[in-house]
Write a protein that binds this ligand. Structure first.
Ligand code: UDP
Length: 479
């Protein structure tokens, strides 16, 4: 059997007053329609990184809704996880050659995991490339299979993509965070666009008093009264920790008491973490005001919560990004964010809504300085970011989108009109009843957008978002 991950219990009613009520109503309806459906989520690691973060909250909530949901993780040896990290990087565009030995290492572990998956389910969600081959090697049975891709696969390395693509035919649906991430020649007919979300009730995101957060940080060696900027992310080159250190040095010229915390988790499926850690250690040049923490030295959810809450600015200087849950996590705590213009980050925030988007070290330093220099303005910007997260990036919305897809697959009928009516044609997000309506009239129809960012992209190239129509996100929907 695949290794099951024990998750706690969650109740949908606990989200009342936090997530939009309309979303909770939709979720109750979907739960009623799907009562008893057996759902399995499979990924590569029970901790570290965004996918495990999502599943830890999503799976108990599915059970509360009346479905029968499990979360299981695959296993693999060092060779397997080295190859899957190479595949991960190559799918985000890095040059790589998949030697015969690497392919064999991938297939060997995949075969073992396929043999270990003996149970029957109605719906199987396979997350990311690591477990993707299980379907081909095991067979579908009577389940519907969904490949949930969390990374930016818009320009994959062709050799690696050709290798992985072979394992994807047979899936009933594929889910991406943004329409742009759908790779060329995907052999799956049903494509859905569903951005991830955070759980506002998890220990990482729940309310924590200032006094408690201050004590937590003080205990691990941060001066709670000096200026603090933080980046929380796996130690991964795409998250650009060295760029963050360079930006910190520029800001420190103006803010001498500045501290930088780099908080990074070591995930089971990410063998690159330690080499990046060493590069960070060299780059910090024993600067006592740069602090580097990992989950292995006791920095867990509560500490991350405290860092994201107490930092004057949270940085996420990603160069490539899937979604970047850390951005929504920080915004939810009312902290302004300076983040790389990459992947799903601009879905979550825009200049003036949550913080600032940047493309280089200089811009990053300038944006941090601007937020530090004008605290009242920074609070206004941060409050807008928090409201945006409340509207679009809390867990119940994610479940509405995913269960809408499950219901569609179960009955072979389209997603009900109610779910489709308010979708942003650019990012594909279900919009519910947005507080601010950003609309465009185009070719005699009105379109609704989640933000000015998506509206601008639509205006620049409407045909891109209206043509083809393979996904719900690409359909022109009147509002
Ligand atoms: N995370 C954590 N501790 C760390 C670093 C990261 O708990 O030291 C969490 C972070 O809070 C977030 C997730 O790992 O929930 C990272 O998700 P994201 O989507 O930002 O990036 P990914 O790792 O999936 O690329």
């Amino acid at each position: 059997m695949l290794q099951a991950v024990d998750v706690g219990r969650l109740s949908l009613s606990a989200y009342r007053g936090i997530a939009p009520e309309e979303t909770l109503d939709q979720l109750r309806t979907l739960g009623r329609d799907l009562t008893g459906a057996r759902v399995l989520h499979v990924n590569a690691t029970p901790y570290g990184g965004g996918v495990s973060e999502l599943l830890r909250s999503e799976v108990p909530l599915l059970n509360d809704l009346g479905l029968v949901a499990d979360w299981k993780v695959i296993t693999g040896d060092d060779a397997f996880f080295k190859v899957t990290k190479l595949i991960h990087n190559a799918l985000q565009g890095a040059p790589t050659h998949l030697t015969a030995a690497r392919r064999a290492a991938y297939e060997l572990s995949a075969r073992r995991n396929a043999e270990a998956m003996q149970e029957d389910y109605d719906f199987v969600f396979i997350h990311d490339p690591q477990p993707a081959a299980i379907l081909r090697l095991r067979g579908k049975g009577s389940a519907r299979w969904i490949w949930r891709c969390h990374i930016d696969t818009s320009s994959p390395n062709p050799e690696v993509w050709a290798f992985l693509r072979d394992f994807l035919s047979g899936y009933d649906a594929a889910v991406f965070t943004m329409p742009e991430f759908v790779p060329p020649g995907l052999p799956v007919d049903r494509v859905a666009v569903i951005p991830p979300a955070i759980d506002p009730l998890s220990p990482k995101n729940m309310n924590l008093s200032q006094a408690a957060a201050r004590r937590v940080l003080n205990w691990i060696g941060i001066d709670p009264y000096a200026t603090l900027i933080t980046q929380v992310s796996r130690f991964d080159p795409w998250k650009d920790p060295l760029g963050v250190i360079a930006a910190y040095r520029l800001v420190r010229e103006e803010v001498p008491n500045l501290q930088l915390a780099l908080v990074g988790s070591m995930a089971l499926d990410d063998p690159e973490g330690w080499s990046v850690y060493q590069k960070i250690d060299e780059a910090r040049e024993s600067d006592p005001q740069i602090h580097v923490f990992t989950n292995l030295t006791g920095v867990g959810n509560i500490e991350v919560n405290a860092f994201q809450r107490m930092s004057q600015v949270v940085v996420q200087k990603s160069i490539r990004e899937g979604f970047g849950l850390v951005v929504s996590e920080a915004l939810w705590k009312g902290t302004p964010v300076v983040a790389g213009l990459a992947g799903g980050i601009p879905l979550q925030m825009a200049d003036g809504v949550g913080g600032a988007l940047v493309t280089d070290v200089q811009g990053c330093a300038e944006a941090i300085l601007a937020l530090l220099a004008d605290k009242p303005a920074a609070s206004v910007v941060a409050a807008r970011g928090r409201e945006r997260v409340r509207q679009h990036f809390l867990l119940p919305r994610l479940l509405v989108d995913e269960l809408g897809l499950v219901r569609e697959l179960s009955k072979g009928r389209p997603v009900p009109q109610a779910d489709r009516e308010h979708r942003d044609p650019v990012c594909g997000m279900a919009l519910g009843q947005p507080a601010v309506r950003v609309t465009v009239r185009h070719a005699g129809r009105d379109y609704l957008f989640c933000s000015d960012y998506c509206r601008q992209r639509f205006l620049a190239f409407p045909a891109r978002y209206l043509a083809g129509g393979r996904s719900a996100a690409a359909m022109p929907l009147s509002v």
